[in-house]
Design a protein around this ligand. Structure first.
Ligand SMILES: [Zn+2]
Length: 133
């Protein structure tokens, strides 16, 4: 059992690393993870890629006087672009700045899935590098 921190939301993440069936050196790596320098691992909320209809929480608010602050929860109404790093998420917020509905476009790193409950540790399975390159 080790502790990591999520680089996106700075939350502590509990994980359990194993290397079942792996070589001895890999099992030693697995058992030593979480000691010394804290490991970096996305938490479940940040790891999930939101889809239309999902609720998200804002980690990094948009610039300007938008009324949308860190921690605000909105609903994804549109996903633009392809690929994990090119997607943009159009998120709708209700009851912000006196307006009934406000929409903002976010990059993936600015938001995380909201309402995701996880109390167990994240199982991480390590495997030796593949030979086929
Ligand atoms: Zn996170």
């Amino acid at each position: 059992m080790g502790y990591a921190y999520c680089p996106r939301c700075q939350r502590a993440v509990r994980f359990k690393a194993s290397a079942a069936g792996g070589p001895t050196w890999l099992k030693e790596v697995a058992s030593s993870l979480g000691r010394g320098e804290p490991a970096v691992l996305y938490c479940i909320s940040c790891w999930l890629v939101p889809e239309v209809g999902d609720f998200i929480a804002v980690l990094d608010p948009p610039y300007g006087e938008t009324g949308v602050e860190q921690g605000a929860v909105g609903k994804v109404v549109e996903v633009e672009g392809q690929g994990p790093f090119r997607k943009r998420f159009l998120v709708e917020f209700t009851g912000v700045s006196g307006s009934p509905k406000v929409q903002h476009l976010f990059h993936a790193h600015q938001i995380q899935a909201a309402g995701v409950e996880f109390d167990s540790s994240i199982p991480v399975s390590l495997h030796p590098p593949r030979e086929d390159s």
